[in-house]
Design a binder for this molecule. Structure first.
Ligand SMILES: C=C1C[C@]23C[C@@]1(O)CC[C@H]2[C@@]12CC[C@H](O)[C@@](C)(C(=O)O1)[C@H]2[C@@H]3C(=O)O
Ligand SMILES: O=C(O)CCC(=O)C(=O)O
Ligand SMILES: [Fe+2]
Length: 331
């Protein structure tokens, strides 16, 4: 039994997770695939990683570190500002500043965040961004990662033999596309220092991302984990210089399940705060989400009934974080 000298706050207890049972280790996980999109063969490497893990990292991406560092600094300044100032940008509904509550259906995590619509470039003044310097940093950063998402979707189309090359990426560059950006701050969680290593506190509970792809970057603090297709959870070593790409539910449907969205989660760290920034590349609300015809073999049927992104998003926002949101759409 674990005896604590000082009682932890109630909200920490409710997010406390006891050690996981079942087979541990992940000896068959060779590590996160790293892809340089400018290399010959990158398209095939992207498809291979998306099929095996629904996850990979982009290295040598060409996004200037100054753009990244500027947003890092602005995000740190925002999260360090007085609570009342942060609260003025919230509560997240679903956009804006959120603290521990994720979505509106009872999910909680050991984090605070800013969730923004970024489909209008630049983000307008009347957004949830409290300062013009943070807004400028977001605009510059999002412009750059949108480019990474577009290149990744072009590589996916090329690797799958889909023409034209922009068949997927144009869903995101469409003027009506639905793009969301989130900056997460997971404070250090001192409660963990008083518990055996096998205990953890949920930072962001397990889920899949609903969009086509998400482009994630974080500081050097560990905490992100992903579920391999056999269900085992593996930690993702932090890499502050790379962009991690997460396959979302919509890309799973567009490829008729050939690429699979990946369940992921974040566990809190006992000593170091984690800051992550994640861009969600979603299509226009009217975009039909159905397998691309080239990807359906002779006589192969779609695994999903037809829907638009608008319908899927509406259903997603009624679901709990950990739900399998594609299940109701399966034929
Ligand atoms: C619990 C929820 C939060 C979420 C909307 C939802 O009802 C289910 C999907 C969640 C998710 C996960 C990926 C992204 O972080 C997010 C912005 C999204 O598009 O879907 C969140 C939603 C949110 O935090 O509002
Ligand atoms: O903070 C992270 O590393 C992941 C966050 C995440 O999965 C999300 O915001 O959807
Ligand atoms: Fe996510």
């Amino acid at each position: 039994m674990v005896v604590l000298a000082k009682p932890p706050a109630l909200e920490q207890i409710s997010l406390l997770r006891s050690p996981e049972l079942g087979p541990g280790g992940a000896s068959s996980f060779p590590g996160v695939p790293a892809v340089d999109l400018s290399n010959p063969g990158a398209a095939l490497a992207v498809v291979d990683a998306c099929e095996r893990f629904g996850f990979f990292k982009v290295v040598n991406h060409g996004v200037p570190m100054g753009v990244v560092d500027r947003l890092d600094a602005e995000a740190a300044r925002f999260f360090a500002s007085p609570q009342a100032e942060k609260d003025a940008s919230g509560p997240a509904n679903p956009l804006g500043y959120g603290n521990k509550r994720i979505g509106s259906n009872g999910d909680m995590g050991w984090l605070e965040y800013l969730l923004l619509a970024v489909d209008q470039a630049p983000v307008p003044k009347a957004s949830h961004v409290p300062s013009s310097s943070l807004r400028d940093a977001v605009n510059q950063y999002v412009g750059a990662v949108r480019g990474v998402a577009t290149s990744v979707l072009e590589a996916v189309a090329e690797g799958l033999g889909v023409a034209p090359r922009d068949a997927l990426s144009r869903m995101v560059t469409d003027a009506a596309s639905d793009q969301v950006f989130r900056v997460n701050h997971y404070p250090a969680c001192p409660l963990l220092q008083r518990l055996p290593d096998s205990y953890s506190v949920t930072g962001f509970g397990e889920h899949t991302d609903p969009q086509l792809v998400s482009v994630l970057r974080s500081n050097g603090t560990a905490g992100l984990q992903l579920a391999l297709h056999d269900g085992r959870w593996v930690p993702v070593p932090p890499d502050r210089d790379a962009f991690f790409v997460i396959v979302g539910d919509s890309l799973q449907v567009l490829t008729n399940g050939r690429l699979k969205s990946v369940r992921h989660r974040v566990v809190a760290n006992s000593l170091k705060p984690r800051v992550s920034m994640i861009y969600f590349a979603g299509p226009a609300p009217a975009q039909r989400i159905a397998p691309l015809p080239e990807l359906l073999g002779h006589g192969e049927q779609s695994l999903y009934r037809e829907f638009t992104w608008g319908e899927y998003k509406k259903a997603a926002y009624r679901s709990r974080l950990g739900d399998n949101r594609l299940d109701p759409f399966r034929i």
